[in-house]
Design a protein around this ligand. Structure first.
Ligand code: S3P
Length: 180
C-alpha cells in the first residue's frame, strides 16, 4: 500500500463497515481513516459516550433490547452531510429500521470472515457481552448464521480471512473508486 500522501482518494459518500464481531471493522476502519483522511466514527463508542456507560454495563443493567434502542438512537444522531468511515457493532443489521439510516450514511461494506477466523479472534475477548465466556461456541456460530443473509445485503462484500489489513483496504478503495 503506498503511503497516504501519494494516494489520491476522494469519496463523496461514507464507507460503512458491517460484519460479525471479530471481523476487523474497527481495525479496517482505522486503516481506511489513515488512507482516505475521512473522519472515523465507531458507533459503539458513540453509544458509550451518549449513555455514559460501557457496552457491558448497558447489557448488564438493561439488557440487549435497551442496547438495540440506544444503537438505533446513535445511528439517527449522525448526519449524512459529512462523509465518514464508520465501524458498526455486529448486531446493527438486526433491526429493519437501521437499514435506511445506514444506507443514508454511505456504502455498506460487509467485512466477511468465516467461522474459524472469527472463533480464533473472539477467544478471550472482553467487552462483548454476546461473545463472553458464558456464551457457547454453538450459540455464537448460530448467531453468525442467522445474521449472514443480512450482512450479504451490503453494497460490497470483502473477504478478510487470511488477509493483511492493507490488502483488505486496497480492495475496498479500488472497488469503491470504480463505482464513484
Ligand atoms: C454486538 C457487537 C459489538 C457491540 C455489542 C453487540 C453484536 O460490536 O455492538 O457488544 O450484537 O454483534 P463489535 O461487532 O464491534 O464487537
Amino acid at each position: 500500500m503506498p503511503p497516504t500522501s501519494v494516494m489520491s482518494v476522494s469519496f463523496k459518500t461514507g464507507l460503512i463497515l458491517i460484519g460479525f464481531m471479530g471481523a476487523g471493522k474497527s481495525t479496517v476502519g482505522r486503516a481506511l481513516n489513515r488512507h482516505t483522511g475521512l473522519p472515523l466514527v465507531d458507533l459503539d463508542e458513540v453509544i458509550v459516550q451518549q449513555q455514559g456507560r460501557s457496552i457491558s454495563e448497558i447489557f448488564a443493567e438493561q439488557g440487549e433490547s435497551a442496547f438495540r434502542c440506544y444503537e438505533t438512537e446513535a445511528l439517527r444522531s449522525l448526519d449524512s452531510v459529512q462523509p465518514r468511515i464508520m465501524a458498526t457493532g455486529g448486531g446493527i443489521v438486526g433491526r429493519p429500521e437501521n437499514w435506511p439510516l445506514l444506507r443514508q450514511l454511505g456504502r455498506l461494506i460487509y467485512l466477511r470472515a468465516e467461522w474459524p477466523t472469527l472463533k480464533s479472534r473472539l477467544v478471550g475477548s472482553t467487552g462483548r457481552p454476546l461473545a463472553s465466556s458464558e456464551v457457547s461456541q454453538e450459540a455464537l456460530r448460530e448467531l453468525l448464521e442467522q445474521r449472514r443473509p443480512l450482512y450479504e445485503q451490503a453494497d460490497l462484500i470483502v473477504d478478510t480471512d487470511n488477509r493483511e489489513v492493507d490488502e483488505v483496504v486496497r480492495e475496498i478503495l479500488d472497488r469503491i473508486k470504480e463505482t464513484e
